[in-house]
Design a protein around this ligand. Structure first.
Ligand SMILES: *[C@@H]1O[C@H](CO)[C@@H](O)[C@H](O)[C@H]1NC(C)=O
Ligand SMILES: *[C@@H]1O[C@H](CO)[C@@H](O)[C@H](O)[C@H]1NC(C)=O
Ligand SMILES: *[C@@H]1O[C@H](CO)[C@@H](O)[C@H](O)[C@H]1NC(C)=O
Ligand SMILES: *[C@@H]1O[C@H](CO)[C@@H](O)[C@H](O)[C@H]1NC(C)=O
Ligand SMILES: *[C@@H]1O[C@H](CO)[C@@H](O)[C@H](O)[C@H]1NC(C)=O
Ligand SMILES: *[C@@H]1O[C@H](CO)[C@@H](O)[C@H](O)[C@H]1NC(C)=O
Length: 372
């Protein structure tokens, strides 16, 4: 299965697009120095919420449908994959989904697992552009790098100076400049550590220096990042002890959040306790979901729906399309993985009862757009 899945990656083209090269491709190319004070890109000439890349040829050498873009953020060379849908049209503003991999995984793994590059994925009838950022090798659980794996900033095992938030802004600026994107329909999702990063609550489980804390930035929790995303999706999210529902999370708007987690997850257990190491225990997923609902102005009580998906209970706060709707999927028997019926590339090689991406995640995203 592993090799079969990775066969799907053979269409990847490793186009190393240096910043220097991109800088002469288009006068619209944004300076990467702007990422510290991100601006929302200017609207195009029409009333469509479009990006500077609209109406132009794709600003990257495109051989096949998934390209590997490299760029420099701070002191680090970074890369991410971008999947251009078959029906990409440079006169149409396309929705964008950023999909962050789990601890020790890669952008390529996340492309396969999260199913966002599959044909015919649309939002609002328009084919989506999916981007898969690559994390840097972290300091590991030992803290000295000897067991470091690819990870996202703010987890204790990540590289403290990774600047993943700046990286995220850089990706959005690059996509805007090189492709025709709908800047009101940009979404973020992630698996495990990637889900924790997206949720904004993937915080340290061990004491850290103040410089580390200062860098503990958050996608959904912080206005300076959540202003660029219409909605968030978290699969098997790795959310650590300090991530109590109210922990330092001040989104300053109602943030739509979808949360999916399995009851047989032994890496980030549903109920929060951890069998191997109490220091790594995470909050109960129900409390985590309730925390988001409360922050979005709902009462603690959700309405429950058990009938629609196999082996799954859904809690939902708010009606479809309500600002800051929160959906929580408790998936009986699912392990630590992206929810899909395809055998997981994670170590336990399990399957889930349904495909989250097509059935729930994209329809959820579709209901939300940023204001013009
Ligand atoms: C693009 O993909 C096709 C089919 O997977 C392959 O035959 C071709 O060599 C690829 N093109 C490039 C430039 O890599
Ligand atoms: C993309 O490029 C970077 C930098 O060259 C490389 O480290 C990474 O492995 C590449 N990713 C894929 C999927 O080829
Ligand atoms: C995608 O849509 C096209 C056109 O509607 C259709 O021919 C094709 O079978 C679809 N592919 C998949 C995998 O659903
Ligand atoms: C980034 O952090 C790593 C691990 O702590 C360290 O080895 C490296 O020197 C740091 N780089 C910079 C530029 O601070
Ligand atoms: C639902 O759970 C039951 C009991 O564990 C299992 O036999 C069945 O295969 C599951 N259904 C799906 C669609 O995964
Ligand atoms: C889940 O998605 C995979 C890959 O597209 C597909 O083969 C499978 O049939 C889907 N499962 C269900 C239950 O629709």
């Amino acid at each position: 299965m592993l090799s079969a899945a990775f066969t799907a990656l053979t269409s990847l083209i490793c186009a190393n697009v240096a910043v220097a090269r991109m800088s002469h491709m288009s006068p619209l190319q944004r300076s990467h120095s702007s990422v510290l004070s991100p601006e929302i890109p200017e609207r195009g000439p029409s009333h469509v919420p479009s990006s500077p890349g609209c109406g132009a040829d794709i600003g990257w050498p495109l051989y096949n449908s998934t390209i590997n873009v490299t760029t420099t953020v701070g002191v680090h060379e970074r890369s991410y994959l971008v999947h251009i849908p078959k029906d990409y049209d440079h006169t149409v503003a396309h929705p964008v989904v950023l999909s962050f991999h789990g601890y020790g995984k890669t952008a390529g793994h996340q492309e396969v697992a999260s199913q966002l590059s599959e044909p015919n994925n649309t939002i609002n009838g328009v084919p989506i552009i999916a981007a898969y950022p690559q994390g840097l090798q972290g300091i590991g659980r030992s803290g000295d790098g000897s067991d470091g794996k690819y990870s996202w900033q703010a987890a204790a095992y990540a590289l403290p100076n990774a600047s993943d938030i700046e990286f995220t802004h850089t990706i959005l600026n690059d996509l805007s400049a090189n492709l025709c994107i709908d800047t009101t329909r940009v979404y973020a999702t992630g698996n495990s550590n990637g889900g924790g990063f997206v949720s904004g609550l993937s915080v340290r489980s061990k004491p850290q220096s103040s410089s580390f804390l200062a860098q503990t930035n958050k996608l959904a929790c912080e206005p300076r990042t959540n202003v660029r995303f219409a909605a968030f999706g978290i699969a098997s999210g790795a959310i650590y002890p300090d991530a109590e529902p109210d922990d330092d999370c001040k989104p300053q708007r109602k943030v739509p959040v979808l949360i999916a987690h399995g009851t047989d997850d032994d890496v980030v257990p549903y109920k929060g306790e951890h069998i191997d190491d109490p220091d790594w225990a995470s909050p109960n997923i129900d409390d985590f979901a309730t925390g988001w609902a409360t922050r979005n102005g709902f009462g603690a009580d959700a309405h429950q729906d058990s009938g629609m998906l196999p082996n799954t209970t859904m809690w939902v706060w708010g009606e479809d399309g309500d600002a800051g709707q929160v959906k929580r999927f408790k998936i009986e028997g699912m392990h630590h993985q992206w929810p899909s019926t395809v055998v997981s590339l994670d170590k336990r090689h399990k399957v889930a009862p349904f495909n989250l991406t097509g059935l729930e995640l994209l329809p959820f995203f579709e209901r939300y757009a940023l204001p013009l």
